[in-house]
Design a protein around this ligand. Structure first.
Ligand SMILES: [Zn+2]
Length: 125
């Protein structure tokens, strides 16, 4: 099994609902996102997938989160914009795009780093 990872970042504001503490107030993060994709074999070029193609997919998904107030986006009106939920949101969007374009690839996991020391991971079981 081969795996590759690609990183990206976005800046966004949020406030947590049903939470008592600092994070119930409006604040922002410079989020870092890492996605891991796996493939049982390499293509003719010896690649899982071209880094730049995967980067493009990640970019298209995080573009709508960048400089947004997450609580105002349709999805996060219903789901609390925690790093865990953001990771699942990004996972589902990217998995959908990969399925269409690269059906032989598996999205293994998505990491969302809220700070340098705090990260949430959503992965395929
Ligand atoms: Zn926060």
């Amino acid at each position: 099994m081969f795996e590759i990872m690609i990183g990206g970042d976005f800046a966004a504001a949020h406030k947590l609902r049903n939470y008592k503490g600092k994070c119930e107030a409006l604040h922002g993060h410079n989020y870092k996102v890492w996605i891991k994709v796996s493939a049982p074999r390499l293509d003719k070029r010896g690649l899982v997938v071209d880094f730049k193609d995967l980067k493009q997919i990640l970019k298209s998904v995080i573009l709508e989160l960048d400089h947004a107030y997450l609580n105002e986006l349709t999805f996060f009106k219903k789901h609390n914009p925690t790093s865990e939920v953001i990771a699942k949101y990004i996972f589902d969007k990217i998995a959908g795009q990969l399925k269409k374009t690269y059906p032989h690839l598996t999205l293994a996991e998505v990491e969302v780093w809220e700070t340098d020391k705090a990260c949430a991971i959503y992965r395929k079981r």
